[in-house]
Design a protein around this ligand. Structure first.
Ligand SMILES: NC(=O)c1ccc[n+]([C@@H]2O[C@H](COP(=O)([O-])OP(=O)(O)OC[C@H]3O[C@@H](n4cnc5c(N)ncnc54)[C@H](O)[C@@H]3O)[C@@H](O)[C@H]2O)c1
Length: 277
C-alpha cells in the first residue's frame, strides 16, 4: 500500500504494549490493535492466561506476544519496558488498561488497605507505565499513549470512592502528560468506558445488586435501561475507540478524555441510610 492509499487507521509496523490484557477489555484492545497491523505485547499479572490469549490470537495470524508484569511494582515496570526496547528497538503505543475494582462499601467503612490496593494498581500503576513509556517516546519523538479511565472518573458512583479517585487521577495524569509530551509529538489520551460485562464488572455488579436486594438479571436490566443507546458495551466498542486514538487518524488529538459508554454519563444514585449497627 503506498502512502497515499494507506488507511489512517493502519497501525502496520507499530510496536504496542497493552497492560492487563489477559482478559476483558484489554484483550479486546490487544486484538483490535493487532488486527490493525500492530505487533502487540500483552503485559499482565496472570502470565499463563496472557500467553493463552496471545497464542489464540497468533492462531488467527496476529502478531501478539505476552509477558509477566505487575504494573504496581516500579522495578518490574522499568525492567519490562527496558526489555521491550532491547528486543523490539522501539515502542509506538502504550495502552494502560490494567486496573482493579474496589469492594463496594461506603467511604466511612473503607479500610486503609483496600484504599491503598486500588490506588496502587489503578493509578500508581498507570503512572509507572506512563513514566517508563514516556521516557522512551520522548527520546523517539513519537508515540501514542491511551489510558483507560472510567465514567466513574468524571462522575463518581457511590460506594467505590477509591476507584472513583483512582480514575479521576488517571484523567489528570493523562492531561498533564499530554502537555509535557506535546513538544515531542507524543500524544496522550484517555478513554472512559461505560459498563461492559467483564469479570471485573460481574464482581462489582454482584456486590451492588446484593446491597439493593436485586438479583443479577434485574441488576443487568437496571443498568441497561439507564444507557441511552439501550445496551451494555462490548469489549470491541472500547477497543475501536482506543485503536482510533492510537492511529494516524487521531494525529491532531491529544489530552482528550473520550467517553465510550452508549451515552451514559455516570451512575449518580445515592444509597439509602444504612441500618444503625
Ligand atoms: N468493565 C467495565 O465495565 C469497565 C468500565 C470502565 C472502566 N473499566 C476499566 O477497564 C480496565 C479493564 O477492565 P476489565 O473490565 O477488562 O477488567 P478485568 O478484571 O476483566 O481485567 C483486568 C486485567 O488486568 C490484570 N491486572 C490486574 N492487576 C494487575 C497488575 N497489578 N498488573 C498487571 N495486570 C493486572 C488482570 O490480571 C486482568 O487480566 C480497568 O482499568 C477497568 O477499571 C472497566
Amino acid at each position: 500500500m503506498n502512502a497515499d492509499s494507506a488507511s489512517p487507521h493502519d497501525l502496520g509496523g507499530q510496536i504496542a504494549v497493552v497492560t492487563g490484557a489477559a482478559q476483558g477489555l484489554g484483550l479486546g484492545i490487544a486484538a483490535q490493535l493487532a488486527r490493525d497491523g500492530a505487533a502487540v505485547v500483552i503485559a499482565d499479572l496472570q502470565e499463563e492466561k496472557a500467553w493463552a490469549a496471545a497464542t489464540g490470537l497468533q492462531e488467527q495470524g496476529l502478531a501478539v506476544q505476552a509477558g509477566h508484569l505487575d504494573v504496581a511494582d516500579s522495578d518490574q515496570v522499568k525492567v519490562f519496558f527496558d526489555q521491550v526496547i532491547s528486543q523490539r528497538g522501539r515502542l509506538d503505543i502504550l495502552v494502560n488498561n490494567a486496573g482493579v475494582g474496589q469492594v463496594v462499601t461506603p467511604l466511612v467503612e473503607l479500610g486503609d488497605r483496600e484504599w491503598e490496593r486500588v490506588l496502587r494498581v489503578t493509578l500508581t500503576g498507570a503512572f509507572y507505565c506512563c513514566r517508563a513509556a514516556g521516557r522512551i517516546m520522548e527520546r523517539q519523538e513519537s508515540g501514542a499513549i491511551v489510558n483507560i479511565a472510567s465514567i466513574n472518573g468524571q462522575n463518581p458512583a457511590a460506594l467505590v470512592v477509591a476507584y472513583n479517585v483512582a480514575k479521576a487521577g488517571v484523567i489528570s495524569l493523562t492531561r498533564t502528560l499530554a502537555l509535557e509530551m506535546a513538544a515531542y509529538g507524543v500524544r496522550v489520551n484517555a478513554v472512559c468506558p461505560g459498563p461492559v460485562y467483564t469479570e471485573f464488572n460481574r464482581t462489582v455488579m454482584a456486590q451492588r445488586s446484593q446491597s439493593l436486594g436485586l438479583n443479577e438479571e434485574q441488576m443487568i436490566e437496571r443498568i441497561r435501561s439507564a444507557i441511552p443507546l439501550g445496551r451494555w458495551g462490548e469489549p470491541i466498542d472500547i477497543a475501536r475507540a482506543v485503536a482510533f486514538l492510537c492511529s494516524p487518524a487521531a494525529s491532531w488529538i491529544t489530552g482528550e478524555i473520550m467517553r465510550v459508554s452508549g451515552g451514559l454519563e455516570g451512575v449518580s444514585a445515592a444509597p439509602p441510610k444504612r441500618p444503625k449497627g
